[in-house]
Design a binder for this molecule. Structure first.
Ligand SMILES: [Zn+2]
Length: 421
């Protein structure tokens, strides 16, 4: 019975746990109890629990914690740059109960406000992910694709995708040349993105059209969320930046309940991966005094990575960028983050990543110049179909940002923004 209860209580239960699997566990436990000569009453209790557990398993969200369910729904939602509708719907649904006001910029960024007085703190995460756009449909029923965002060509082949067509989602695979017919000198070659094609199972162009697909339709990676083998690590697509989207939701939830000395404006932006466009337009609307971008960071704790490229490790706490190619953080704001981390006993990881840009670059260049910083949840394998993040890093990032925003009162923001010699 304990093992069954542990199974039901386990926050790491993945959505794949079905009633059948739980029933199998019940039967297994039943057999153990029988051989141990347990009482008839225990067996009946076990049965009842088994049935209720099977009922719970039909709605997996009930057997996992809220944050894990939120992260899964955000990661699984398709939202390539410029086509963020499904992610936007989740953001609005989650922010609405806490926001005093929700509006949108002209590129579709969500702007959710809480608080009516004090400095204007813009807390940003981007909704979009890497993807593609259908370019051409061949007479044989294959599709070529314009890639959107910073893909590696070697990440594109042999992957599953979804096309968001007019009749709903269409499943596709990027075909890979068969090794049995590949000349020897081509076997180790990276195939350029313009040579790849999508296969939707159609026999000709008419069958593709019948699926509701045409040129211009968005294409997103298909890589469902999973908890990695009972660990605190989550496998999924688009942690850059759905991890950030979940952080800003959780921060607003906490601050709406706990209070803060400022006007908190959460901006869930569009089109970051194609040039921080939504952050630019959102900042135009927000007029921030301080900017905090929350991103998926770049973890370097994998074979072959060098510390001069990135130093972040999964599970070692939130990351704070001291430099990237698009933005330099305000030094006093970084100092305040260091103080906050120390006071709250939150370990911080500092990083400088040269091949990286983020929304804080657009925020810092808005409203006459805004002290800004990029805080990250470290992620392995960003900009690919499957990334890995650590739940502890996520929770500590929320703690850090909540504590930081509570410190951003008028006097502190004035000090951060004071450049007089
Ligand atoms: Zn990002």
């Amino acid at each position: 019975m304990k093992s069954l209860q542990a199974l039901v209580d386990n926050p790491n239960l993945s959505g794949a746990y079905t009633g059948v699997q739980i029933s199998r566990n019940v039967i297994k436990s039943w057999r153990v109890m029988k051989t141990r000569n347990c009482s008839r009453k225990s067996l009946i209790t076990l049965c009842a629990l088994g049935f209720s557990a099977a009922g719970l398993a039909a709605a997996p969200a009930l057997s996992r914690d809220r944050v894990e369910t939120l992260l899964q729904s955000l990661a699984d939602a398709p939202g390539p740059s410029g086509y963020e509708e499904e992610v936007r719907a989740i953001m609005v649904r989650e922010l609405k109960p806490f926001a005093t006001h929700i509006s949108y910029d002209g590129l579709g960024s969500v702007i959710a406000q809480h608080g009516v007085s004090g400095p204007r703190v813009m807390l940003d995460a981007h909704m979009d992910e890497l993807g593609g756009i259908v370019r051409r449909i061949t007479p044989e029923g294959f599709l070529s694709m314009q890639m959107v965002g910073g893909w590696l060509d070697q990440a594109l082949l042999g992957q599953r995708w979804v096309i968001l067509g007019s009749k709903g989602t269409v499943h596709a695979v990027t075909g890979i040349r068969d090794i049995h017919v590949l000349p020897q000198d081509e076997r180790n070659k990276v195939f350029p993105r313009n040579d790849i094609f999508l296969d939707v199972g159609a026999k000709n162009a008419a069958e593709v059209a019948a699926l509701g697909i045409e040129a211009g339709d968005p294409v997103a990676p298909d890589a469902p969320f999973a908890v990695l083998n009972g660990s605190q690590r989550y496998l999924g697509k688009a942690w850059d930046d759905r991890a950030g989207c979940a952080v800003v939701i959780e921060v607003m939830r906490r601050l709406a309940a706990e209070g803060h000395p400022n006007i908190l404006i959460v901006a869930a932006t569009t089109q970051e991966e194609t040039g921080v466009r939504g952050a630019h337009t959102a900042a135009d609307v927000v007029h921030p005094d301080i900017g905090i971008a929350i991103e998926g960071g770049v973890a370097g704790d994998v074979p072959g990575a060098r510390p001069e490229e990135t130093q972040a490790r999964l599970g070692a706490g939130p990351g704070v960028f001291l430099y990237d190619s698009s933005e330099q953080p305000n030094r006093r704001l970084v100092g305040l983050i260091k103080e906050t981390g120390k006071a709250e006993k939150i370990p911080l990881q500092f990083d400088l990543v040269s091949g990286y840009g983020d929304d804080s670059s657009a925020i810092q260049a808005s409203n006459g110049g805004v002290p800004a910083v990029n805080i990250v949840v470290p992620v392995r394998y960003t900009h690919a179909h499957n990334g890995v993040m650590d739940r502890n890093d996520f929770d500590r990032t929320v703690d850090l940002v909540v504590a930081l925003i509570k410190r951003l009162d008028s006097a502190t923001v004035k000090r951060v923004r004071d450049f007089a010699p």
